[in-house]
Design a protein. Structure first.
Length: 82
């Protein structure tokens, strides 16, 4: 099933916690991260498959085909992990 985000919405697939990262972060504190699977047409700097960190309590969770997706507004994205 494909998901299409509209306007300034982003759809994220929840990423499992990973203990190793290239940037110095306490992953337990930054567990609100995931992989972008769909981006609305008004968003230019976030692309598919980007790993992003988003604000806690700002997500709308939906389970589709046994996968946990997160629908979030662009303004709630804190960082993109490069």
């Amino acid at each position: 099933m494909k998901i299409k985000a509209y306007n300034d919405w982003i759809v994220i697939l929840k990423k499992k916690k990973n203990k190793r990262t290239k940037i110095i972060l306490n992953i337990k504190e930054y567990s609100q991260r995931g992989i972008v699977v769909s981006v609305g047409k008004n968003i230019k700097d976030i692309k598919l498959n980007d790993c992003v960190i988003y604000k806690k309590y700002s997500e709308n969770k939906v389970k589709i085909d046994n996968k946990k997706y997160i629908f979030i507004k662009y303004k709630n994205i804190l960082a993109k992990i490069i």
